[in-house]
Ligand binder design. Structure first.
Ligand code: GLC
Ligand code: CA
Length: 559
C-alpha cells in the first residue's frame, strides 16, 4: 500500500541560517514562514526544520535545554504553531528534528543528575551515563579512552559526583541512558507534545547511538562501543509501536554508517522503526588515508565515483519492493555538494547541474538541502573566528597538535567543516544577501553577489530552474516509485542509469569529472529525445557521445 510520505519532496532548512524575520541576524520561524512559498515554488512540499528548541546553542540547538520550548532566537511556541498552520494551508508538511541521544548539560534533568544535593537527584542520576574514574599510578583517568564525534574525549569529570559522564558529542551534550525506562518514558512524552501540536513527522537525530557497551572497554576511537549496537533497535521499535505508527507520521532516522544488512530492520515496510533512513553511504567518497595531519573526513582525496554509484545501487537493491529509500546529497554536517563532489570555480554551473540531474531521477524520497538549489558553495572564510561550529575548534587544535600549520588546518576547515553548509541563505546580491537587515550570526559568503535566488529566478538556464524542472518531472512521472538500472558501476568517471517511470523512461548519462570523455550509449537510444542537459543543446545533439567537463544529459522516451 502506498504511503503519503513516499510521494513527498523534502527540503531541509537550517533554521539559524535560512531567513531572519526580526532583524537580529539569526534565522527564525517567522523568517521561515515568509519563505515557505520559495520552497513550494521549487517543487518541494515538506520542510525538515533543524532543532528549534530552547538551547544554549553549543551545537546550534542539537543540545536541547528544554524540549517543550522554542528557542527565543527562533521565536515562540505561537510562531511554531503558525508555521504548522501556514504549511498545512499550503498543503505542505512539517518534520522536526528530534534529538533522542542526549540533552544539553543545562537541561534540568542533567542539573539534577549531576548534583547529589538536588532534591530530584535520585530520580535523574541514571538518566545519564556515569562511571567512576580509573586510577593509574595514583592519577585519575577517564573510564575509557574513546574519542567522540567532534574529536574530543567522550568523558568529562564532574566534581560534585566525583564521576565521569559520557558524551559522544561535545561535553555540553551528555548522553541519555536509554536502558533506563524512565528516560524512554520521558522522551515519549516529549514526542507526544509535538505530535499534539501537529507536526507531520520527525527526523531522529543520531538514532543509532542510543545503546552503549556498558563493559566500557578501551578502544580508539571506539565508535563500535557506542554505535549501531543491536539494542538500539529495541528502543526504536518501542517508540515506533507506541508513538510513531498510531499517528501515521513520517520518521526519518539518522543512522550514520548503517549497513544495508540493517536496511530492512530500519526501513522495511513491516518495520516500525523508521520509514526511511539517512546513512551517508555515498558521502565522503573522497578521503585520503595517507593524510595524517588532518585525518579522516578532513583529508581530501580523489573522488571515488564507483563508490558513490555502488552505494546508491546497493541501497536501492536492499530496499526495493521491501522498504523505502531516501535520496540526498548532503545535509548540515557536510561540505556543500558542489564544492565537495563538483567544482565551485570554473565549472560551478556545469557540475552543480550534473549533480542535480544524476540525483533527482532516482527512486525514493528526495531531500534537498537549503541553498543546494542555487549551487551555494563552501565558505570562503580567511579567519578562524569566522567559523562557528563547536567541532571546528576542537579539530583545529587536533590538527595543530598533529603538526599542521595554521594554513593547512584552515584549508581543511574550508574544505570539509560543517560550517560550509551553514552560512546564510543567499536570497539576493544585497549586503547581507537578503538574509537579514543586520550582520548575520555567521558571515555570508561573498559570492552571494552572483550566486543568489533572485538572479536565478530571472534566468531561464539557471540551476534553480533545473531544480524546478527536475522536481516537477519527478512528481508528474512518479519517479519515486520508478525502477532503476545502473550502468558501468566500475567506471571511474561516468554516472549512468535508466529509470523506468510511470509512462516513460529516462536515460541519465553523466561525466562526473572534469576531464572530457567519450562514452557509448549503454542501451539502444532509439526513441529517446534530449530533455535536460548541462551544456548547450546543439553540442549535445551533434556530438551525442562526447561529454565535456561535468557534462550530463537526460533523455526521455515515451513508452
Ligand atoms: C547529528 C546531527 C549533527 C549533530 C549531532 C549531535 O549527527 O546531524 O548536526 O551535531 O547529531 O546531535
Ligand atoms: Ca531573527
Amino acid at each position: 500500500m502506498r504511503k503519503w510520505w513516499q510521494d513527498i519532496i523534502i527540503y531541509q532548512v537550517y533554521l539559524r541560517s535560512f531567513q531572519d524575520g526580526n532583524g537580529d541576524g539569526i534565522g527564525d520561524l517567522p523568517g521561515l514562514i515568509s519563505r515557505l512559498d520559495h520552497i513550494k515554488t521549487l517543487g518541494a512540499d515538506t520542510v525538515w526544520v533543524s532543532p528549534h528548541y530552547d538551547s544554549p546553542m553549543d551545537d546550534n540547538g542539537y543540545d536541547i535545554r528544554d524540549f517543550h520550548k522554542v528557542s527565543p532566537d527562533y521565536g515562540s511556541l505561537e510562531d511554531f504553531r503558525r508555521l504548522v498552520a501556514e504549511a498545512h494551508k499550503r498543503d505542505m508538511k512539517i518534520i522536526i528534528d528530534m534529538v533522542l541521544n542526549h540533552t544539553s548539560d543545562e537541561h534540568p534533568w542533567f542539573q539534577a543528575a549531576k548534583d547529589p544535593t538536588h532534591p530530584e537527584h535520585g530520580h535523574f542520576r541514571d538518566f545519564y551515563i556515569w562511571q567512576e574514574p580509573k586510577w593509574e599510578k595514583g592519577e585519575r583517568k577517564r573510564p575509557t579512552n574513546w574519542t567522540g564525534f567532534f574529536g574530543n574525549p567522550t568523558w568529562t569529570y564532574n566534581e560534585l559526583m566525583d564521576e565521569y559522564y559520557l558524551h559522544i558529542f561535545s561535553k555540553k551534550m551528555p548522553d541519555l541512558n536509554w536502558r533506563n525506562k524512565a528516560v524512554r518514558k520521558a522522551m515519549k512524552k516529549v514526542l507526544r507534545f509535538w505530535i499534539d501540536i501537529g507536526v507531520d513527522g520527525f527526523r531522529l537525530d543520531a538514532a543509532n547511538h542510543l545503546e552503549k557497551n556498558w563493559d566500557f572497554p578501551d578502544a580508539s576511537p571506539g565508535y563500535e562501543h557506542f554505535s549501531s549496537l543491536p539494542e538500539h533497535h529495541e528502543y526504536l521499535q518501542e517508540l515506533g509501536e507506541e508513538i510513531f505508527e498510531p499517528h501515521d507520521l513520517v520518521i526519518i532516522g539518522e543512522s550514520g554508517g548503517a549497513s544495508t544488512k540493517e536496511a530492512l530492520q530500519y526501513a522495511g515496510f513491516d518495520s516500525e522503526e523508521f520509514d526511511m533512513l539517512i546513512h551517508f553511504g555515498h558521502c565522503w567518497a573522497d578521503t585520503n588515508p595517507k593524510n595524517t595531519l588532518t585525518p579522516g573526513k578532513w583529508a581530501k582525496g580523489e573522488i571515488d565515483v564507483p563508490k558513490i554509484k555502488k552505494s546508491f545501487a546497493r541501497w536501492h537493491e536492499a530496499l526495493q519492493g521491501k522498504g523505502w529509500n531516501a535520496i540526498y546529497w548532503h545535509n548540515h554536517d557536510h561540505p556543500r555538494i558542489v564544492s565537495h563532489y563538483g567544482d565551485d570555480a570554473r565549472y560551478w554551473k556545469e557540475s552543480a547541474k550534473m549533480l542535480a540531474l544524476i540525483l533527482y531521477l532516482l527512486p525514493g524520497t528526495p531531500i534537498v538541502y537549503y541553498g543546494e538549489e542555487i549551487g551555494m558553495t563552501n565558505v570562503d572564510y580567511e579567519r578562524l573566528e569566522d567559523f562557528r561550529d563547536v567541532e571546528v575548534f576542537t579539530e583545529y587544535e587536533n590538527f595543530r597538535a598533529n603538526g599542521s600549520s595554521h594554513e593547512v588546518a584552515m584549508q581543511a576547515l574550508r574544505d570539509r567543516s560543517r560550517d560550509n553548509a551553514r552560512s546564510p541563505m543567499q536570497w539576493n546580491g544585497d549586503k547581507h544577501a537578503g538574509f537579514s537587515q543586520t550582520t548575520p550570526w555567521m558571515p555570508v559568503n561573498k559570492n552571494h553577489v552572483h550566486i543568489n535566488v533572485k538572479d536565478q529566478l530571472e534566468k531561464e538556464e539557471s540551476l534553480l530552474k533545473v531544480y524546478q524542472r527536475l522536481l516537477s518531472e519527478r512528481r508528474k512521472e512518479d519517479v519515486a516509485h520508478g525502477d532503476v538500472t545502473f550502468f558501468g558501476l566500475e567506471h571511474p568517471e561516468t554516472f549512468n542509469y535508466l529509470l523506468r517511470a510511470k509512462t516513460c523512461d529516462y536515460l541519465v548519462l553523466a561525466n562526473f569529472k572534469e576531464t572530457p570523455l567519450e562514452m557509448e550509449f549503454p542501451i539502444d537510444p532509439s526513441g529517446f529525445r534530449l530533455f535536460l542537459y548541462t551544456s548547450d543543446r546543439k553540442r549535445a545533439e551533434k556530438k551525442a557521445t562526447s561529454f565535456g567537463p561535468y557534462e550530463a544529459r537526460m533523455y526521455k522516451r515515451k513508452r
